[in-house]
Design a protein around this ligand. Structure first.
Ligand code: NG1
Ligand code: ZN
Length: 463
């Protein structure tokens, strides 16, 4: 069922153009390149299915000017028996797809036309939506015209296993953090400059200008809309991975905890609690999260905006290293210990940074065999809204230690609670900003309209 959901979700990225009827023809589908993205995506699905059917066999999919060919393991053209399926899938609306899956292997190729790249990406998404199979695809980095892009250019030379393209390095005259970077992407939920319709489905990551935060995203449809994988989702990915290793070790003595702020999306908190994790809340600002995370053997913290890291206590790392000595090389337990020790070495435990965060996300996705779309499905964010309110004196707002409730001005929390009650899964809070002369309002609910409306009414109360 999860796989059907994943397939349906990815098919939303590539709706069938209206009034288009395609036929496999003599050696593939022909058509205008702009109309073909949705077809190539469906051919990707077909290729995966063919590979599963003939498992363990590799299928080839070649995208060339006006012909998109599927070739069988022998290297010959797709068996004629399968051509009707090719037609059906190419013309299928979401509801009609059925499949089973194990592991598919599909090799993709393309010619040198500029449109080939976007088509290849569409095929890749089709291939990987059928099974756990992931074409190990390119990562595109938005460097926010800051220091991170430059450093990644250097690091790239050492990362032979990671295909990474770097944009917004600042060399082409772009301005630091202006319509680019993690803060812009997380707050506006649109593509940064330099990204657009040619990137649909591609795994993308934005650093902020000083490269201490990161958020992932992919272009979902249209030119600007994105699916955002924010700090909460990075935290969830890391927590799941660490927990998986601890489960292998059956290590009840390790205290694993995650730290979030009031800005964490409610869906992420539910997800983490659902994993059986201890979730604690800290005041906004890395130093507060860091302090709380340090109380655990393994403490993972992230702000929704992408600041965060994993902390390992010295004692726990020593315990792991000792434990490894008694384990046989290559055993599940030994591998789990090695992975945890490797994570403790890879991640920046001083304060967290975007580069080590990126490397760990990439490693964990590779380990899970997940595409960015699959990762995104861990949970679905509740719609949220943030409003900044200018007030004569922001220090008049005093909150509880976790910033979820306002203690002053007297009576304001009751009024906020009154608004919250009007919405399903409503949640809202106000707090004085630590960096700007404003009071910040956060609201979330089950629909964007509700979140907007709750945010606006709480902002009215705050004025
Ligand atoms: P303030 O202005 O206190 O909300 C902002 C961010 C913090 C943190 C700090 C310091 C939000 C809502 N707030 O703080 O998370 O990053 O800047 O850089 O993103
Ligand atoms: Zn920063």
């Amino acid at each position: 069922l999860t796989q059907i959901a994943s397939l349906l979700k990815s098919s939303d990225l590539f709706p069938l153009p209206q009034s288009l009827k395609l036929s496999y023809g003599t050696a593939g589908f022909r058509g205008d390149a702009t109309l073909l993205t949705s077809t190539v995506y469906r051919v990707g699905i077909l290729s995966s299915l063919r590979s599963l059917k003939l498992a363990p066999s590799t299928i080839g999919l070649i995208i060339t000017a006006s012909h998109n060919k599927v070739s069988d393991p022998s290297g010959e053209m797709l068996s004629q028996e399968w051509e009707p399926f090719a037609d059906q899938i190419a013309n299928a609306s979401s509801k009609e797809k059925r499949f089973q899956s194990e592991t598919a292997v599909v090799w993709l190729g393309r010619d040198t036309r500029p449109s080939g790249e976007a088509l290849l990406r569409a095929a890749e998404i089709g291939v990987s939506s059928v099974s756990g199979c992931v074409a190990s695809s390119k990562l595109v980095l938005d460097g926010a015209n800051g220091v991170g892009g430059e450093k990644m250019e250097v690091l790239k030379g050492y990362l032979s296993n990671l295909d990474i393209e770097i944009r917004n390095t600042g060399r082409d005259g772009g301005v630091l953090n202006e319509s680019v970077g993690a803060d812009f992407v997380q707050k506006e939920k649109v593509v940064p400059l330099g990204f657009g319709v040619n990137d649909v489905g591609v795994r993308c990551v934005s650093f902020d200008g000083d490269a201490d935060r990161l958020v992932y995203f992919y272009v979902s449809s249209g030119e600007k809309k994105i699916e955002l994988l924010d700090g909460d989702k990075i935290l969830s990915l890391f927590a799941l991975f660490v927990k998986e290793q601890l489960n292998v070790l059956d290590d009840g003595c390790c205290r694993l905890g995650v730290v979030q702020t009031a800005y964490a999306n409610g869906a992420s908190t539910d997800y983490l609690k659902g994993l059986g994790l201890e979730v604690v809340f800290a005041k906004t600002g890395v130093k507060h999260l860091h302090e709380k995370a340090a109380e655990f053997d393994v403490g993972i913290y992230f702000e929704a905006n992408g600041h965060g890291t994993i902390l390992f206590s010295e004692d726990y790392v020593t315990l792991l290293v000792d434990k490894r000595k008694g384990l046989s090389e290559g055993s599940d337990e030994c591998n789990a210990v090695s992975r945890l020790v490797a994570v403790s070495n890879l991640i920046n435990q001083a304060v967290g940074d975007a580069i080590s965060g990126l490397l760990l996300v990439e490693v964990v996705l590779r380990h899970m065999g997940w595409s960015v779309q699959k990762w995104n499905e861990l949970y679905k964010d509740l719609p949220s809204r943030q409003v900044k309110v200018e007030v004569p004196d922001r220090t008049a707002v005093v909150t509880t230690s976790e910033e979820t409730e306002a203690l002053r001005p007297l009576g304001i929390q009751d009024a906020i609670n009154g608004e919250i009650k009007k919405y399903r899964r409503g949640r809202a809070f106000i707090r004085p900003s630590g960096t700007e002369d404003v009071v910040k309002v956060y609201a979330e609910a089950t629909t964007q309209e509700d979140a907007d409306s709750l945010g606006d009414s709480v902002a009215q109360l705050t004025k």
